[in-house]
Write a protein that binds this ligand. Structure first.
Ligand code: FEO
Ligand code: CA
Ligand code: CA
Ligand code: CA
Length: 573
């Protein structure tokens, strides 16, 4: 499965050991520096960072918990970095730790979410934030957006504040990302359910339960100061989140567009590829135990000569969900994409789907209706541009083989899957629009020293490259697969010898995997992007838990790290 394990010509760096230190470590000959941290000013007159900053300060500063990101080059020495700000940590965002939050606190929390668009300029050969940049922008949980596609204007999206069902305020829990060949940025709404609550005790129906929406939130308390988050008062507001949002980063006054054709679920990233025939294909994971893996195929075709005429290709198309069959002895098999279109595959009024909008708004239930395979938390997807192979991280799943609804299956073959794995598939004839594919498991993370059988991991795991819970992945231009982890960093028991969360690099031809970076205490590593020359890599350190990056007694701050090679070479060589 893992290939020949012959010596890789793609990987040129010396692997590093694990770490439990409160710092970022990279291989010999490489340098890691902080580019920007939560609370750094990104406009000319913005206040400098302080834990005392209020909502209006936060709205002019870099958001919290940076996740997926994309580097958009503007010139040799100018660029725009678009970065998701997934969520906040009460204990660090507020001096009072988040107890009894005020209206300004709630607004500050909303302003720390969303997306930060930050111009960079090269000074003395090194990228730095340019607070004067014309394109600098904060998109928050209250920025006006437009709903587009088949669900726009549907009755399930209409609220007291928006009778049109097309004008939505904000985006939040922006996990990972994507980018399009027409120059836009895609930001993906993940755990949106955690922001809705009610003063009243209410029992919500199964379409809410399937997404984890209830009268109790995850502690954000927005509903106490912003009524639209009270799910008893405004039961349609949660339907307006859980989407992929398209942003034009080159126009700071543009209205972000929610793309309903891509379905509503807990989106991880949006791995977009242009098929040989011009159809735009987007692969998407739904990060929850036992949820599914999706594919969108645009109705129209991308034509590079048509410029802005391509801009609405994500407005209409067909959504599919994956079904995997095969053998868990061989860790490979066949797959099928099941269409999520009203009137097909049992998606009918009798089964609770009166129209295409309801299929998209309740995509999870539509996926169950058509018989999709339950997966071990599908996180990021990455497409190899040349050989058309597609990879998806299945980060872990404590319910696998435990809950009746999530029995073992060939593609998810380990009880409780504590370490996670990366599945790979090849679309039939290299055509991403085909309804079938062949799959195998590229790597099963594990512990070859403490475990046996499937729990030991595949042949490409050894005592020197052990890790758990692969999450962020992405290919660089040369086809190296970068793997980031969000897992158990206890360094004990079943995870002894794995250290802090980390980033590894794989040669998907040979199967070899080497550790490239280790993160600070209790962080996860998430988000990656490169300059076009591949000589600077940007990597995210999210929710560090001790004192990174300032050290001493400082509170920790999520940060974007910039990695360069001392000899100016390509990262990974
Ligand atoms: Fe935001 Fe599934 O990670
Ligand atoms: Ca993730
Ligand atoms: Ca994760
Ligand atoms: Ca995270």
């Amino acid at each position: 499965v893992a290939g020949s394990l012959s010596k890789s010509e793609l990987l040129g760096f010396k692997a590093i050991p694990t770490s439990t230190a409160d710092t970022v470590t990279v291989p010999e000959g490489y340098k890691a520096e902080v580019l920007v941290s939560w609370g750094d000013p990104i406009f000319a007159n913005a206040p400098t960072f302080s834990q005392q900053n209020d909502a209006s300060a936060q709205a002019q500063q870099f958001g919290d918990n940076n996740d997926g990101m994309t580097f958009f080059p503007l010139a040799n020495d100018r660029a725009l970095l678009a970065v998701n700000n997934e969520y906040i940590n009460d204990e660090f965002l507020f001096t009072h730790g988040g107890k009894n939050i005020s209206a300004d606190d709630a607004r500050k929390s909303q302003a720390a979410h969303g997306v930060s668009l930050v111009e960079l300029k090269k000074v003395d050969g090194r990228w730095t934030v340019n607070p004067q940049g014309r394109l600098n922008r904060r998109i928050t949980a209250y920025t006006e957006m437009a709903m587009t596609g088949p669900a726009a204007g549907h009755s399930l999206l209409k609220t007291a504040a928006d009778p049109s069902g097309k004008k939505i305020l904000g985006t939040f829990n922006n996990c990972a990302n994507g980018e399009t060949p027409w120059g836009t940025y895609l930001t993906c709404e993940e755990n949106f359910n955690g922001y809705f609550a009610s003063e009243k005790t209410v029992t919500l129906g199964k379409t809410y339960q399937r997404y984890g929406i209830s009268d109790t939130d995850w502690g954000y308390d927005w509903y106490k100061h912003d009524e639209r988050f009270d799910v008893a008062k405004h039961p349609n507001e949660p339907h307006r989140f859980g989407w992929v949002v398209e942003i034009d980063p080159m126009d700071p006054n543009s209205t972000p567009k929610k793309r309903s054709a891509l379905g509503r679920f807990k989106h991880e990233n949006a791995a977009l590829t242009v098929n040989d025939d011009g159809h735009v294909v987007v692969y998407m994971g739904d990060d929850e135990r036992g949820e599914h893996l999706y594919k969108f195929v645009s109705a129209g075709k991308y034509d590079p000569s048509k410029g802005s005429a391509n801009r609405d290709l994500l407005e209409n198309g067909t959504l599919y969900v994956a079904k995997f069959t095969g053998s868990d002895d061989e860790l490979k098999g066949q797959g099928e994409w099941l269409e999520l279109t009203f009137g097909k595959n049992g998606l009918t009024p009798e089964n609770g789907f009166p129209d295409q909008a309801s299929v998209l708004i309740f995509a999870r239930e539509a996926a169950t209706q058509v018989g999709a395979t339950t997966m071990d938390r599908p996180e990021w997807v990455a497409v190899h541009a040349d050989n058309k192979h597609v990879f998806c991280t299945l980060t872990n799943n404590k319910y696998r083989g435990v809950k009746d609804s999530q029995p073992l299956n060939a593609a998810n073959p380990r009880t409780k899957n504590p370490y996670g794995h990366i599945i790979r598939w090849a679309p039939t004839q290299g055509d991403h629009t085909q309804p079938t594919f062949e799959w195998d498991i590229f790597v099963m993370a594990g512990h070859p020293e403490k475990q046996s059988g499937l729990m030991a991991g595949t042949d490409n795991i050894n005592k020197d490259n052990m890790f758990n819970s692969p999450d962020g992945i992405g290919f660089d231009r040369a086809g190296r697969l970068w793997i980031q982890t969000d897992g158990d960093y206890s360094n004990e028991g079943d995870f002894a010898g794995m250290g802090n969360n980390q980033m590894l690099c794989a040669d998907t031809q040979t199967g070899e995997i080497r550790r490239f970076l280790t993160g600070p205490t209790s962080c996860e590593i998430t988000g990656l992007t490169f300059t076009p020359d591949s000589r600077t890599m940007f990597v995210g350190v999210q929710h560090p838990g001790a004192h990174f990056p300032a050290g001493g007694d400082a509170i920790p701050r999520s940060s974007v790290i910039m990695i360069t090679k001392d000899d100016g070479g390509v990262i990974g060589t």
